[in-house]
Design a protein around this ligand. Sequence first.
Ligand code: IPE
Ligand code: IPE
Ligand code: MG
Length: 248
Amino acid sequence: MTEARDATPGDVPRHVAVIMDGNGRWAESRGLTRTAGHRAGTEAARAAVEHSLRRGVRALTLFAFSSENWSRPAEEVGVLMQLFVRALQREVGKLIENGVRLRFIGDRSRLAPQLCDGMRRAEARTAHNDRLDMFVAVSYGGRWDMLQAVRRLAEEAANGTIDPAAIAEDDFAARLALGDAPDPDLFIRTGGERRISNFLLWNLAYTELYFCDTLWPDFGPAEYDAAIASFGERERRFGRTSQQVRSG
Ligand code: IPE
Ligand code: IPE
Ligand code: MG
C-alpha cells in the first residue's frame, strides 16, 4: 500500500484526493447566495475531472459532502442534494465519453432514494471505463468508513470466514470505501483551512498534503498544475533515509 513505488519525485500523482472547500465564501464575497457558490463549485469539479484526464491522473477522489455537513441548515443541505441529482443527470454522458468510471463513497442510508437510484445507475453505466477512476464522497466521514470496515471484519470473524489473529492491514484496507484503489499520492485542500475534516483518515497516512487559499470555484487548471508541481518536488521517503531513497 504505502511503498516507494507508489510515485517517484517529478511524477504525476496517480491518485489525487481533494477537499473542495470555499464555495460559500466565494459566493459571499461576490454578494451571491451560497447556492450560487455551490453551483460554481460544480463547474470547478467538472474542470478538475477534465484536467485530471489531461495530466494522466488515474484516480480522483472529490469530497462533496461530509457526514458533518448534515448539520448545515436544512435548506442548504436540500440545495446540495438537488445539485447532486442534477449533476448526475447532466454529466454522466460526458463521463462515459471520456472513459471515466464513477463511484460514490459514503453512508447511503442517509440519502434520498431518488439520489441513490441515480448513483447506482451512473455507477453501472460507467463501470466498464478505465481511463480515470472517479470517486465522489457524499455523506462520507473517515470515522464512519473505518467503523463500517470494522463491522464487516467483526461479522466475518463471528461467522468464521476470517481468523481474527490473521487480520492484516490489507484486509482492513480492502473493506474501506475506497477498497482496492491505491492510496492517494496527493491531497489538495482549497479554501485556506489546514485540516482533514474527517476525510480519508486511513488512506491519507502517507499522502503528500497540499493546502492553498484559492476558493474552490476559482481552482482551475493553473492551480491544479501548481499542486502537481509541488508534489513533483517532494521526496517521499516512507520512513527511509534520503540516501536510501536516492539509491533506489
Ligand atoms: C465546500 O464549500 C462545499 C461543501 C462543504 C459542501 P463550503 O460550503 O464549505 O464553503 P465555505 O467554507 O463556507 O466557504
Ligand atoms: C469539508 O468542508 C467537507 C467538504 C468539502 C465536502 P467543510 O467546509 O465542511 O469543513 P469544515 O467544517 O470547515 O472543517
Ligand atoms: Mg467550508
